[in-house]
Design a protein around this ligand. Sequence first.
Ligand code: SF4
Ligand code: SF4
Length: 242
Amino acid sequence: MKINIKRYNLTESIQTFEVSHDETILNSLIEVKTKIDNTLNFRCGCKTGVCGSCAIRVNGVERLACKTHLNDNDLIEPIKNTKVIRDLVVDLSHESKLLKNTKTYLHEKSSEKIETKDEKLIDIQSNCILCQSCFSSCPVYEVNEQFLGPYALTRALRYVNDKKESNISEVLSSVQNNGVWDCTLCGNCTVVCPQFIDPKTDIMNLRMKSVQEGFEDKSLQNFSGGFDTGFDPLGGFNPNGF
Ligand code: SF4
Ligand code: SF4
């Protein structure tokens, strides 16, 4: 079985290796490194889909190497929208900075009693493993590298929905610029998430919560000329708005 790997060491090239089994892509990468070419660089940690460190692109689509079977002649590339350090290893510092730009932590602890149903509200977003697959799939970075991005916004919704937080306005204010209104709602992030998180829907919910808290898409202020444009924060268009 053949595996094609995009290599990078000052220059780019595609290298093809013959591997002996058709197990996971991560096992094949390990086989290449241990038996054929020990200069190959890639990241991996838990090998069970928990740590998120082995995210790569397979034939152009973001996947976790440890949870994806190899098909003959697959092309393996590093994730996008970030600087490649060597082969499949990328620099994650910019993404970490974007996450820090969102105020996704507890600001003012509420005294409300937390019930199981409240915990369920933030369950799915709490399962994010920070694999950056959604970040890699997002087209907005082609025009705006300061876009906070799907996983930071998904995390913001987790804190907005957290009953322990009594100051959701603080979280929402941190995702107004280069945030909720800059997403094109293409849905790429939702398709690639290995944890079945739905950042696109989370962003639509954040827009709705933003409007409820008095925030608005500033780019529409000049456009509307004071009239109701029929803009629907969920991403659609409501002709009855006129
Ligand atoms: S839905 Fe929004 S955040 Fe997700 S990939 Fe598309 S543009 Fe990026
Ligand atoms: S939201 Fe999903 S794809 Fe994005 S970083 Fe978290 S686990 Fe990965």
